[in-house]
Structures are given as C-alpha cells and as structure tokens.
Write a protein that binds this ligand. Sequence first.
Ligand SMILES: C[S@@+](CC[C@H](N)C(=O)[O-])C[C@H]1O[C@@H](n2cnc3c(N)ncnc32)[C@H](O)[C@@H]1O
Length: 419
Amino acid sequence: MVDPNSLQLYMSRIITQVLPHYVDFYIRPRLFHRSTDEIGESLMDHQAHQISGEDKLNMVINALPPNGGTGIYSYSKNSYFQKQSSSVEDGKVEEEIQKKMDVKRLASASNMIIRVADLGCATGPNTFSNAQNVVEAIRHKYQKQCPKDTSKFPEFHVLFNDLPSNDFNTLFTSLPQDRSYFASGVPGSFYNRLFPQSYIHFAYSTYALHFLSKSPEELQDRASPAWNKGRIHYTSAPKEVVDAYAMQFGKDTEKFLDARAAELVPGGILVMVMQGVPHRMPYSHITNGMLYDCMGSILIDLSKEGLFDESQVDSFNLPFYAPSLEEMTKLIEVNGRFSIERMELTNPAPWLKSPTQVVPEWVMHVRAAMEAIFTRHFGKEVTHEMFQRLTKQLLDKRDLLETKYRDKTQFFAVLKRNE
Ligand SMILES: C[S@@+](CC[C@H](N)C(=O)[O-])C[C@H]1O[C@@H](n2cnc3c(N)ncnc32)[C@H](O)[C@@H]1O
C-alpha cells in the first residue's frame, strides 16, 4: 500500500521542483532554431503577460536577430568591425569601473556574487571578450578595495540576453572554456523586464540599442505626412518621417531605461555603445546613411525589373535609429533614475583611412547583422540580389562615399543607478 501522505508529498515535489527544470532545460531551449513564424508564436506565449498583441507581432517582424551559425554569412564570422569599434571604449569602461563602482559594498550586499548582463549579445565572439573585460575590471577594483582579502573573491555570473530567436546554440557551444564566470542565456526583448528587481550589478549593450522594437506605424499610412514612399529608412526623408523614427526611439528608450532602473541595484552601472549622430546632422551626411539610400535605390530598381511590386518598398522601413547626445540626455533626465557619469560621441574607426578600402567587408557585416530583417519582407532571392549589387553600387559611388561624415558616429555612455 502506498502511504497517501507520501504520495501527495511526491506529487507536490514533481510539480514544484521537477517541472520548472523540465521547462527550463527541455522546453525553453527548443524555442531556439525555429522558423520565424514558430518563433513568433513561442515569443508571444513566453512574454504574453508583458506585451500587447500588436507589439508582439511587430517585434517578431522587425526585430530579427543576426545570422546564426558559423557559415560565411554568419554574424560570428562577420562582426569584427563591431568588435573593433566598441573596443575604442574599453579603456574608458575600465576607468569608470575603477572610479565609480563600489564593488566591495555591492559584493558584500549580494552574498559575494556579482551579476553582469550583456543586452543584445548575438552569437559571439564579441560578447565573450566584452564579458571577460568587464569581469576582469570589476575583479581588479575589488582587489584594490580589499588588498588583504586575497582568499575571498566575488563569484561572477554573466547573463547573456538576446531575442528568443537568436541562435543561442552557437553562443553556448562557443563559450570560452577557460572563462572565469558562470554563464546563462536570457531570451527576451531588452525593451521589457528581463531580470528580477535589484538583481544586476553591471549591464552593458554594444551595437544593439540602435535597433528599434518596431518601425513607426505612421510610416505605413498613405494618408499620413510620414508615409515613407520609395525609401526604406529616414535617411533623405522628409522631417515627418525623421520625427516618427525619433518618437519611436524615445518610446523604446523610455521602456529600456525603466526596465534597467528596476533591475539594476542602486549604485549599479549601465554602459551603452551604439551608433550615434552629431546634433541636428541629417543622416544622409553619414556613411551609414549612404548605405541605406543605396539599399533603397537597389530595391526600387529590382521592383522596376518586375521582381516585386514597388509598394513593397514603401511598406518596408528599417527599424534602426541613431540618436544624438542631446536626445539621449533628455530621455535619461526624464527617466530620472540614473546619473550620467560619462557620455560622448567617438570615432568608431580611427584606424580607417578610407571607407572605400573596406566596402566588401562592410557589406558582409551589414548582411550578417540585418539580412533576416530584409528576407522576412522581400524573400531570400531579392535580399541576396540586393546585397550582391550593394558592393558594386557603393564602389561605383566611391567619390561620394569618401565625402561622407564618419568621425563622431559612435554613441558611448556610462550611467549609474541612483542610490
Ligand atoms: C549587431 S548585434 C550586436 C551583438 C554584440 N553585442 C556585438 O557587439 O557584437 C545586435 C544584437 O542585438 C539584438 N537585439 C536587437 N533588438 C533586441 C531587443 N529588443 N532585445 C534583445 N536583443 C535585441 C539582435 O538580435 C542582435 O543579436
């Protein structure tokens, strides 16, 4: 005879202890590597309590992750430009940690565990060197604060975040063997809450925050002055289109800052590295702007060749926005829960003498990061043809390309969560 009390105990153990692990280790990983439609449904289930129906759909359509795997067009093989550019800020991040982070106090208040989050980590390898640099800098600061405490170091936990459809399998299988931290993957949009309250000590995001959660809706409305006919971005567009993009960026950043303010411990640090723009400089003056204009005109050519209807160009808008320091400062001040420790525009490629020298590599990098967004709307063949023609078009226009501004186009900020 089975004792009913022990049976009840056994069942309650299964429900409270075993099932959550089954969901974490068996069901959740199976969300990775699926078709975009399937991922859309999974994403909707997973975050249903946080996001409205329309937002869910737009997020799936617009905010697609970079190419997974390790093939020729993969992000893991075509992301060294992002690495070189964000590395320009490495020394400054280290300096801010040494000056502004009270690691001793933060570690002792959290059982000697320091939690670091990378928001928009992709598949590697850049995320691993970022994680290692941050962990080493924080450890170094602890050593400086507690020189006699050589036997007791904080332990580090790095939480790698990206959209659920990111190729986390490639990320996990390429984690460095000799890393000095525990690692976890956290699927979800960084425009929503990802972690419990007051949980993270240091969060950073490189080359991800210029991706909007969705493209602004007004751009689709033929009756609106912001209808973006014949273009795929706000580059070279009327003021109403630029304003609609700026508004969407404002809403997204507000949500991003609200979520991070809840998750960071008081005194915790948030680092942002992304594309930026000098105040009031039109995006058409910038090398990246020329890239988007070229993509748009190639797509118009392809539609005129009969591959698809031109209205498909009108209804496609790249969810990408580069802010100025002034815009960001206002948004951070409105949020009111961070102090700005450092904020500047930097040159992302001081070593690059001429952009013409690197056009094919540049196009490969853009393809690895954005191909999925185009494929979703235009299909594989059109997208492939557009990228094939892009290198030639940029090289044909090399004289114009050389005149474009590319100096202070990287936004860098270090914020501290108010005590
Ligand atoms: C160009 S990659 C940058 C990856 C890496 N941080 C680096 O520096 O190489 C941008 C990443 O941001 C992710 N991303 C875009 N929007 C996101 C969102 N709302 N939430 C989480 N990740 C997002 C993309 O999926 C992609 O992996």
